[in-house]
Design a protein around this ligand. Structure first.
Ligand code: ZN
Length: 443
């Protein structure tokens, strides 16, 4: 009888980005996520792609690609790999599908990303997939329960348990418990913040800090975050509108994402509150809130060009206040701090993680939430994903605290396949010689 194999085509264990997980049974396969990665020696806007050599060499029949959520490291490799993957069906939540669809259109690709609802059960060859709504730093995220011929696998990609999210749509705990009722073979769980005890604060805790930063500020507010941080952008919008400011979205990703999110009802603001970048000069500084792309120090971004004095419309003023409301993706630190250095030289006021720690909360589950998910599912095996080896190791300690045995927690190597036989017994398989292709995304 065939074995179930879980193969990390983007590297998997020990890596945070370039997520692409192959589930293989016999000749049949599905893939969860298709994201880009960021090289450690980042000196430009280079990105990494998952390495699909294994998938192609084995000539597997790919039944579909399931997207967990709308972050680049989970879907943005699609336009680069779709043709090589043979244009398989792609699925995601309403927002994830819209963001992925927009990314494909940016590359002039005609493929359709299908929307699945949380109540759907999708049959993909020998796999049946059931989405579970969870919270993270982009709305409308899914975990997936994948029923395979050898047992159920819970694919718990990036999440946190936000009990008071801005959209009043908390994680579906009841569904997690129900799906896990008759036993889960293995749960893959986001372990990135396993070192942090307790629970990650709710996204909605940021509003007071944003109000404080705007109170009595007479200059322009320039707000930057990841464009997918839709609830964060909504809070900035609400606070700015409360101070009577106009909104201006600057930068391709910010403009596109805000349009998509507003059209689908994930972002709310009156259209007349928004002005175009070329209209900025018609307003006084205290009337403006500029929401700008470039929180990760991307070379070609609007904020980087503003800081370097290279932005066509937006020229820096010493009375500008730039708020970074973001985590720096590992590998981007140098690029971000280079931009902040430039902003400091311009004499602007810059507020960021190192100066004020209440303008950002993580989108990832802390130790308490990871343990809660382990308890709710109570699988035979636990497989920490989305973190470095030290995060995986700490995750294992958290599992041990709950009574899981050491051999129940899988700690594979970078690129290592994991197998489950028909009796559900797990074994570590070969390590793939992965070589993630590196490309420059501005070319
Ligand atoms: Zn994410």
């Amino acid at each position: 009888m065939d074995k179930l194999r879980i193969v990390p085509l983007g590297g998997g264990p020990g890596t945070v980005t370039s997520n692409m997980w192959l589930y293989e049974y016999g000749n049949e396969a599905i893939v969860v996520d298709c994201g880009i990665g960021f090289p450690e020696d980042k000196v430009s806007d280079d990105i990494l792609l998952p390495d699909i050599t294994y998938l192609k060499a084995k000539r597997l029949h790919l039944n579909g690609v399931l997207l967990t959520h709308g972050h680049d490291d989970h879907y943005a490799a699609l336009p680069h790999l779709l043709a090589e993957l043979g244009f398989p069906p792609i699925y995601g939540s309403r927002l994830t599908a819209a963001l992925a669809q927009d990314k494909l259109e940016e590359f002039n690709l005609k493929a359709k990303v299908s929307v699945i609802k949380e109540t759907d059960r999708v049959k993909l060859g020998p796999f049946t997939v059931e989405p579970v709504h969870v919270t993270h730093s982009v709305p409308d995220c899914f975990h997936y329960l994948i029923t395979t011929p050898v047992g159920k696998i819970y694919h718990g990609s990036d999440f946190k348990f936000d009990l008071t999210p801005l959209d009043h749509w908390p994680p579906n705990f009841a569904k997690i418990v129900k799906l896990a009722e008759d036993g889960v073979l293995c749960a893959l769980i986001d372990c990135l913040r396993s070192e942090r005890p307790g629970m990650t604060p709710s996204e909605t805790t940021l509003t007071p800090a944003l109000k404080r930063e705007l109170n009595h500020w007479g200059g322009r507010l320039i707000f930057t975050t990841m464009s997918s941080q839709i609830h964060r952008i909504q809070q900035a919008i609400d606070v700015a509108l409360g101070f009577g400011r106009k909104l201006c979205f600057i930068g391709r990703s910010m403009e596109r994402t805000s349009q998509i999110a507003r059209a689908l009802g994930y972002l709310n603001f009156p259209p007349k509150a928004v002005i175009k970048p070329k209209e900025i000069k018609r307003f006084k500084d205290f009337q403006l809130c500029l929401i700008i792309s470039g929180s990760q120090g991307q070379e070609a971004s609007s904020l980087t060009r503003y800081a370097a004095g290279r932005h066509k419309i937006l020229k820096a003023k010493p009375t500008d206040k730039i708020i970074y409301s973001t985590d720096i993706i590992p590998g981007n630190e140098q690029a971000v701090f280079n931009v902040i250095d430039k902003l400091a030289r311009l004499g602007t006021s810059v507020v960021y993680q190192e100066t004020t720690d209440d303008l950002h909360v993580s989108g990832h589950a802390s130790a308490g939430e990871q343990q809660l998910l382990m308890e709710l599912i109570n699988p035979n095996y636990l497989y920490p994903i989305g973190g470095s080896f030290r995060h995986m190791y700490r995750f294992k300690e958290l599992a041990r605290q709950l009574g899981f045995k050491a051999e129940q927690c899988i700690l594979p190597d970078f690129g290592q396949a994991v197998e489950f036989d028909e009796s559900g017994r797990m074994s570590l398989a070969e390590i793939l010689p992965l070589n993630l292709p590196r490309i420059n995304q501005n070319q």
